[in-house]
Design a protein around this ligand. Sequence first.
Ligand SMILES: Cc1cc2nc3c(=O)[nH]c(=O)nc-3n(C[C@H](O)[C@H](O)[C@H](O)COP(=O)(O)OP(=O)(O)OC[C@H]3O[C@@H](n4cnc5c(N)ncnc54)[C@H](O)[C@@H]3O)c2cc1C
Length: 460
Amino acid sequence: MAAAAQAHSLLFNPHQKPSHRRPSNRIRPLTITAASNAPITGRKLRVAVIGGGPAGSSAAEALAAGGIETFLFERNNTKTPKPCGGAIPLCMLDEFDIPLHLVDRRVTRMKIVSPSNLTVDFGSKTLKPHEYIPMLRREVLDSFLRSRAESAGAQLVPALVTRLDVPSSAAEPYLIHHNLNGQIRTLAVDAVVGADGANSRVAKSINAGDYAVAMAFQERIRLPDDKMEYYRDLAEMYVGDDVSPDFYAWVFPKCDHVAVGTGTVSSKQSIKLYQQGIRQRVSQKISGGRVIRVEAHPIPEHPRPVRVRGRVALIGDAAGYVTKCSGEGIYFAARSGRMCGEAIVKASEGGDKAIGEADLRREYLRQWDGEFATTFRFLDGLQRVFYRSNAAREALVELCGDEYVQRMTFDSYLYKRLAERNGWEDLRMFAGTVGSLIRCRIVGRARGYGGEVELLNRFV
Ligand SMILES: Cc1cc2nc3c(=O)[nH]c(=O)nc-3n(C[C@H](O)[C@H](O)[C@H](O)COP(=O)(O)OP(=O)(O)OC[C@H]3O[C@@H](n4cnc5c(N)ncnc54)[C@H](O)[C@@H]3O)c2cc1C
């Protein structure tokens, strides 16, 4: 009980003057209720969300809207954007009520380019007239989601969380140490949501274990008008040993520039070499461009070994929710945030009951895995089959020319659901895949590649 008593005197910023947005001087002492599901009297369950990216803001919004006393910690108030391509699936606009004016570009055409520069148009024939890939600036999306969480009632704390003290019993609070304008302060809370990205401090504090990461490198390049016009509604993906040994390189159109980047898991020390590779491949298209920002950041490769421990849940990149093959994480961050927030609201009956690890496992983890584990496993398998050699990458690009493959891909990406399947087309697609792999393998054997068909058989 000593730590609980101490927490009473460690409240967030007790001397701050009253402010409209952050009434932090009115934060009340916290007396923890020992047993999970026991009623909390005289106050609501108090939850700290660490990290105000798409995951954290979505969690904070759901928590606050559901009656939980919610604190959203975000260190980055300097408007430095998270390094990101900013492509989101179309369904996210509706699902998360994102206003259309936040969308910078509508990508309606994609090109996928093989190691031998075989280029396939992806989307121009298969996308329906109203379909597109929305491209947003992260600084715009993140600040929108953050202020919506505030409007729902979350208190935004613009501070760097420096340490999380994990209690040794259910009767004690978690202590969030944070640096607010140069002063170290502490907030005592009932539960914590770790939304602090791929280098998560929260994950380390609860010994959640490591995951493999890809290192992504990206240059933002402002192009002359005629060159920018080429990329107006076009995104390009390049595959090949020259641009990445195990991922793809991209040119994504942004509001007034393009993002040119690449990633790798197995050869991080050579990332700049691969960046040279993609620059070389697109040299004509970006000539005359001026680099306005260079950025690099890890991308998780798979979920962490532990995503819930005690009264702490990890979401978004902190949990490892980025799909292989595409490196997509914004939607999964927001979805996991909302799901986790709603899970806590449900388990605590609107903030009136204490929660425990079993509640987080039942209401959040089980639901997440039920909905998404298969998708993540499927894309993991695809990456292992198609990104492992130039021969397999040629087969991948060849397959992408198939309209049925394109429709299936777009339906699962844009709407996060499986397209209406056609048994005959599925069979034809499987035969086509094997055929492409065999053909490309024969070509590749001369170069010492192979093994993809065996992998595909195991995977299918
Ligand atoms: C180069 C690159 C390109 C990408 N392109 C795409 C793409 O086009 N589409 C897509 O869907 N995904 C893309 N991703 C993946 C996507 O960026 C992530 O999956 C997504 O941002 C995860 O959201 P999140 O909220 O979990 O974490 P983040 O967006 O990383 O947010 C974490 C937040 O926590 C804050 N924070 C961290 N530590 C602390 C602390 N100690 N105290 C307080 N605050 C803290 C950070 O400032 C940050 O705001 C890309 C990633 C990279 C690196």
